[in-house]
Design a protein around this ligand. Structure first.
Ligand SMILES: *[C@@H]1O[C@H](CO)[C@@H](O)[C@H](O)[C@H]1NC(C)=O
Length: 538
């Protein structure tokens, strides 16, 4: 039997629910300052207050009845105050900077670091101040934050009793990928991406903020991963009904959601390389094993496939910040990230090689930038760098489309300079070596070798392993035996006539090991080779 009574009742209930959502007289509106406060023990931050943002159930199921506890959803966040320690005048605000914290879930640190950077921007131009720029750092807590970030009653009989507050909480780090919340347990409908949407819509409301000119959604580290994924699947500002430009700042993510199934590195050793969060396989199921609820965010877009997702990503202005001393990796994310590169640095260059940042649009708003910063994995350093000040505070401040060119030289690879600095065009790339070596070999860049993704040697012929290794000695040794290609890695020298099919060119910053025979030269790196050849390899 196709329809039993329970089915029909269920369908009726769904219809009734949808009808009531649509016919809502006074729908709950997402709004800063009117969320229901709850107890917490989080640190205070100077020039800011802890506020509670009312979040609307994005499914609309609990939209109408504010008496219904299931509609009472509250997001704690850090919000800037003006120089008098008061809430900023909405009419004076020209910019909103929304910053997503990292793995440690410490929005107060990000907020404080952004306020320090804003003070620096104000010293450069007094128009940018706590009076004109709103800085908001939302809090995406998880189960480790019980009793600290939100109330928790250990003695409660049910999960609902224990998680009795309206605080939105996510499972582990699932907020970094748009999963729905875990608590309050009666209303598991709120994707972290819907939260970002609602904050963007709030600040993009010109009735409330008539002089708002620019919204920035920023994130570093796991926050950078969050923003990168949010750019990929996130609704456009047009879909959100926002006319204010929305730009995205992404600093040093550990891994990316790859926009299609083609990976730069071999996938042979990683059968689930395309699983969401690193790809889009299983997007809808993401998080469901922990919350019991599947993803509900922008399924329409994801179901259209990679071309639609790539377009969604590339239509948005993205400002990349790459700390050049951050060659780190967060090794607990499975094998997927290694099919993108061996560390944060390589994954970044591989991503922008495959999905190039562009500045081709007529509108300055749609212009991507790529900034290099001399820093380690350090959000405050990136925020306070000249590039951070430009992207976060100065660029397009008056809505006139003024953006600074890309910061950080030397550049590394040909595709990493979407908004070049005219005064520095033609400067050599990092690691450039114009030398002509024995056998007419020239430097052909830094390349991968056997690592956590690659299983075959890039050049199989190891001709020596010794303290005399230099670029000149290795190329001469290979040329003597009529090889066309030479490669150095530490004390090792390899020869061959063809690179293995698994070999991938990586950024020059991946080759950092000094040659044992000449400390002024670089000889590859850990699982990385500087390659020399008569011909260039494509
Ligand atoms: C993925 O995107 C890249 C760059 O646009 C393209 O070269 C490649 O063919 C695409 N792969 C698939 C499977 O569509």
């Amino acid at each position: 039997m196709l329809f039993d009574t329970a089915h029909i009742l269920g369908i009726l209930l769904i219809i009734l629910n949808q009808t009531s959502a649509r016919e809502c007289d006074t729908p709950l509106a997402p709004e800063q300052y009117v969320g229901t406060p709850f107890d917490h023990a989080l640190p205070r931050s100077a020039s800011s207050e802890v506020t509670f943002f009312k979040i609307k159930d994005p499914t609309g199921e609990f939209l109408c009845d504010s008496e219904d506890a299931r509609a009472d959803l509250s997001l704690l966040n850090y919000m800037s105050l003006n120089k008098d320690g008061e809430r900023p005048d909405p009419k004076k605000l020209m910019r909103a900077v929304i910053a997503v914290h990292g793995w440690n879930r410490d929005p107060w640190n990000y907020h404080a670091a952004l306020l320090l950077a804003l003070a620096k921007a104000e010293a450069q131009d007094p128009a940018k101040s706590l009076g004109t720029v709103a800085v908001i750092a939302p809090y995406f807590p998880n189960g480790d934050d019980k009793g600290i970030g939100y109330p928790w009653d250990e003695d409660g009989e049910s999960v609902a009793d224990r998680a009795y507050s309206p605080a939105l909480v996510w499972w582990a780090s699932a907020w970094s990928a748009g999963a729905v919340n875990n608590y309050p347990p009666e209303t598991k409908t709120v994707s972290s991406f819907a939260v970002l949407d609602q904050i963007v819509q709030y600040f993009g409301n010109l009735e409330r903020f008539p002089n708002m000119r620019q919204i920035i959604v920023a994130g570093h580290s796991l926050g950078g991963q969050t923003v990168q994924r949010y750019v990929a699947v996130g609704k456009t500002r047009q879909e959100l009904g926002v006319t204010v430009p929305v730009d995205y700042w992404i600093g040093d993510p550990n891994s990316f959601v790859w926009l299609n199934e083609t990976r730069p590195f071999p996938v042979d050793a990683c059968s689930d390389f395309d699983n969401y969060r690193e790809g889009f396989t299983g997007y809808e199921a993401y998080g469901a094993e922990h919350t019991g609820q599947p993803m509900n965010y922008n399924l329409e877009l994801v179901s259209q496939g990679s071309e639609a997702i790539i377009k969604n990503f590339q239509d948005k202005p993205v400002h990349w910040a790459r700390a050049t001393r951050d060659l780190g990796d967060h090794p607990d994310d499975g094998c997927g990230p290694y099919t993108q590169g061996k560390d944060r640095n390589e994954r970044f260059f591989a991503f922008i090689r495959q999905f190039p940042p562009s500045c081709t649009s007529q509108s300055a708003e749609a212009c991507d930038t790529v900034d290099f910063v001399d820093a380690s994995h350090d959000a405050p350093a990136l925020f306070a760098d000249e590039s951070g000040l430009a992207r976060l505070f100065h660029d397009n401040f008056y809505g006139r489309g003024q953006y600074a060119p890309d910061y950080g030289h030397p550049r590394q690879m040909g595709f990493d300079d979407p908004r070049p600095d005219g005064g520095r065009l033609g400067e050599p790339l990092l690691g450039a070596d114009e030398g002509v070596y024995a056998g007419q070999m020239k430097h052909r860049g830094c390349w991968s070798d056997v690592d956590r993704a690659q299983t075959e040697r890039t050049l199989s012929e190891l001709v020596y392993d010794g303290p005399e290794n230099t670029r000149a000695f290795c190329t001469a040794t290979c040329a003597e035996s009529w090889f066309k290609i030479a490669a150095v890695s530490g004390s090792r020298c390899y020869c061959g006539n063809q690179l293995d099919r698994q070999a991938v060119e990586v950024p020059p910053s991946s080759c950092t090991t000094k040659c044992p025979g000449d400390a002024a030269q670089v000889c590859g790196g850990d699982t990385r080779l500087n390659v020399f050849g008569q011909d260039a390899f494509v």
